[in-house]
Each structure stands twice: as C-alpha cells, then as structure tokens.
Design a protein around this ligand. Structure first.
Ligand SMILES: Nc1nc2c(ncn2[C@@H]2O[C@H](COP(=O)(O)OP(=O)(O)OP(=O)(O)O)[C@@H](O)[C@H]2O)c(=O)[nH]1
Ligand SMILES: [Mg+2]
Length: 445
C-alpha cells in the first residue's frame, strides 16, 4: 500500500493540512485512492443509500462476518475484501493521519477494528482472506450515501468517495425493500451517469423476511424496468441470484487499469492534492491560517511553495507595509488639507475684518450726516453779540438760510448712507457666517 509520488510523512502532512482546512473528505478520498492502487484485479464498489444492506451483502458473498453491520450508519471507511487464493489473512488500515498500520490478523478482529465506534479510526482497509470469491475479485464496501444528500450534491460527496469512479471496474448499487425510495432510483441513475462505461449492477434485497420474491419482482418491474438485465433480486430465503451476480462480476472484461493501477491512483491523488492546494490558496487569501511548522515542513514541494507565497508572516508584513503607506498618505493629505483650510480661514477672517471696517465707516458717515452748522454756528452766534445788535441779527439770518440748505443736503444723503450701513451689516453677517461654517470644516486627523 505504498505510493511513489508522496512519502508517508508527506501523505500524513497532507491529511493534517486537509483537516486543518476542514476538508474532511480528503482523507477518505486519498486513503481509498492509495488503497485501490494496491489491489490487483477487478475492483467492484458496493454503493447505496445508508442502511440498505451493503455490508450484509458483502458478508454473504464472502461467507463470513467480516465487515461491520448495524442499525445506525456503520460503514465509515472504504474497505476492500478479496481473496488471493492463499489462506493468508492480512489487513491494513490507516488512521486519521494516514499512517499505515497493520491490523490484527483475523477477520473477527478486523471487523472490530474497522467499526465506526472502534477504538482507532480507520479510513481505508483491506482484508485479503480465504473466501468463496473468485481470486482477483475485490468487493469494496463504502460509506452509505445520505438520502437527503442524493441529488442535492454530487454522488461523490454524499458518502461514496468522488474519485472512486476512476479506480473501479464495476459498481453494485444496493437497494433494499422496504425502504426502496425515489432516492435509491435517483442514486442508481446518477451513478450510471457518473460512471459511464463502468458496468453497473443493481441488487434489490428484502430487508425484512416478510418481503417475498414476488414483491421484489413487482417493485423492480415498476421502478427498474430498463435495468432488468443487470438487476439481481435477493430475499432471506432465496439468495441464488447472488451466485449469478458473482459470476457476472468474475466474467467482466479485463480490469480497466491493469498494470496502470498505481499510476491511475497516483493521478487521482495528484488531482486531490491540486484541489487541496487550490482550497488552501483560497482560504489563505481570505483569512490568515497558521499552518504549524511541523506540518508545513513535511508537505510536498508544491504545497510548501504555495504556502510560502501565502505565508501568514509575509502576508502580515505586506499588510503592515500597505498600512504604513496608507497612513503616510493620509498624513500628507491631512497636512495639505489643513494648510488649504488655514489659507481659506485667513481669507475669510480678512473678509470679516474688512466688513467690520466698512460698517464702522458707514456708521460714522451716517452719524456725521447732520447740518454742519452744529457747534461752530452757535459759537459764532455767541461771539456775534460783541457787535450787538447787528451781529446776532445778521448771523441769525445767515444761519437760518445756511441751515436750511445743509439740512436739505443731509436729508438727501441719509437714505443712501442708511442703506450702506444695512448693506455693510449684511456683508459682515455673511462673512461671519462663512467663517463659522468654515471652522466646522476643519480637517480631522
Ligand atoms: N432481514 C434482512 N436484514 C438485512 C439484510 N441486509 C441488511 N439487513 C439489516 O439491515 C441493517 C443494515 O445493514 P447494513 O449491512 O449495516 O447496511 P449498510 O448499507 O452497510 O449500512 P451503512 O454501511 O451504515 O450504510 C442491519 O440491521 C441488517 O441486519 C437482509 O438481506 N435481510
Ligand atoms: Mg455498511
């Protein structure tokens, strides 16, 4: 069970990385690809919805209780069963990190080890034992597809490893009565489409001793009419069709991959690693994942390189540089903005000052807009009493005439001066408002 492309420590690191990235399917897929490469002969995958009796069927065909059977979803690993003609019993398995491990060498203990609830987690295993199966025929027990998943997602991810199709020579779909449903039919059709060119057989079995052969015939006529040539019916009392099934499997044309099994499996592993790499690059782009050094340094070269480019440390460094550049740009922009703001402020302040001056002047002009006789008239009028009585009389007449003229002039000037004051007041108010408004727009740091 070796693979030339990746060393054991590389495969372990790959699986550890996959679990880190939440790609739980990877381990199962990878392990089965490695496992199938080691099997010389015809490989027949036994698939179906969960709890349709796949494992029970394999046990019947092997003639021993070798694969675990149960009420709850039981088969969690890809398990291959076959006979090499010798009486040697050997078993292999992988634990979570794909470390190869020899399992106890007896069928009973093998079954105990590969149970879902077993002490050690097994994702793929091989049992090569003495059985009624023809030599070179391998039956591969697979985890059941979840009914709810069929049709929604690809058949591959709903239990059966996706890459299995590339490594097998035939498929046996197990459907069980009662329980046979549209999902069984959908799964059978999907498998036919997914594995075009791979012979597909359907085993319709009675999961209940009360189901008779005639019930099965009726069911299969109704639902599997066009598949009748490859359908095998089995009840608890009549299992003769299973012998025919084994004969059909044994007489299949030469294995698809033959000597190329290892190469094909290698190709599958490679594409899985490519997927893993893509997923890793994708994940590293969105968030920083610390891949422990222990895993990183054991990874294959291509992944190490990909990881280097997306190394969280270098990403952090890049981020820091970008942040600094953005900060200094923001600083420069702030300074430039502040300078512009200050320039505008001084312009507005001088506008306010000018408006104040203007208002002041116009107010003074308005205030001064009184008859000019004012004080000087009364002073001269007082002095004119020296020449009494001519002086005051003359001065009074002059003053009366003069005052009348000046008053007229000042009255004529008053409206324009008043409007000038009002205008100046408005100008000043505007200038102050603009200045206040400008103050609220001071650039922030
Ligand atoms: N009476 C009867 N019961 C069966 C038959 N095949 C399976 N069963 C019962 O159906 C249940 C499920 O059988 P399994 O062989 O574990 O089914 P499975 O498809 O391998 O299940 P998963 O691996 O969990 O997907 C068990 O309780 C079996 O005893 C059969 O031919 N006749
Ligand atoms: Mg099973």
């Amino acid at each position: 069970m070796s693979n030339e492309r990746y060393s054991r420590s590389e495969t372990t690191a790959l699986c550890e990385l996959a679990s880190l990235l939440g790609k739980s399917d990877f381990v199962l897929e990878y392990a089965s690809a490695l496992l199938l490469a080691s099997l010389a002969g015809r490989r027949v995958a036994v698939v179906g919805i969960v709890k349709r009796g796949k494992s029970t069927l394999i046990n019947v065909l092997i003639g021993a209780e070798v694969t675990p059977v149960g009420m709850l979803p039981e088969t969690a690993a890809v398990l291959a069963f076959g006979t090499s003609g010798t009486e040697r019993i050997s078993a292999h398995g992988f634990d979570e990190s794909l470390r190869r491990r020899a399992l106890p060498g007896s069928a009973r203990r093998f079954r105990g080890s590969v149970k879902r609830e077993g002490r050690r987690k097994i994702v793929a295993g091989v049992l090569d034992c003495k059985s009624p199966l023809p030599p070179g025929l391998w039956l591969i027990d697979t985890p059941g597809s979840m009914e709810s998943e069929v049709g929604k997602r690809s058949v591959g991810v709903s239990g059966v490893p996706k890459s299995l199709g590339q490594l097998i020579d035939a498929v046996v779909v197990v459907v069980g009565i009662p329980g046979f449903s549209s999902s069984d039919l959908k799964l059978t059709r999907e498998i036919q489409q997914l594995h075009i060119g791979i012979p597909t057989f359907v085993v319709v079995k009675a999961l209940d001793s009360s189901v008779s052969m005639s019930d099965l015939v009726e069911y299969s006529k109704l639902y599997l009419g066009d598949l009748s040539a490859v359908t095998f019916l089995q009840t608890d009392d009549d299992q003769s069709a299973l012998g025919l099934l084994v004969d059909r499997l044994a007489s299949l044309p030469n294995p698809r991959h033959g000597q190329d099994a290892a190469r094909t499996s290698d190709g599958v592993c490679q594409s899985l690693v490519d997927d893993l790499e893509t997923c890793m690059v994708e994940q590293l782009r969105n968030r920083l994942i610390m891949v422990p050094r222990g895993i990183r340094r054991r990874l294959p070269e291509q992944l190490r390189t990909a990881l280097k480019a997306n190394n969280p440390r270098s990403l952090r460094k890049k981020e820091k540089t970008l942040r600094k550049a953005a900060e200094s740009k923001a600083r420069l922009e702030y300074r430039a903005g502040l300078k512009k703001w200050k320039d505008q402020e001084s312009v507005l302040k001088s506008a306010v000052y000018n408006a104040e001056q203007e208002l002041k002047h116009s107010k003074v002009a308005l205030k001064k807009n009184v008859p000019l006789l004012g004080c000087s008239y009364w002073v001269i009028f007082a002095l004119s009493f020296i020449l009494f009585p001519v002086g005051p009389v003359v001065w009074a007449i002059y003053g009366f005439l003069k005052e009348t003229d000046l008053e007229k002039e000042s009255e004529a000037r008053a409206p324009s001066l008043e409007s000038k004051v009002t205008r100046s007041e408005n100008v000043l108010r505007d200038a102050i408002a603009r200045l206040e408004n400008h103050k609220t727009r001071r650039p922030l740091k």
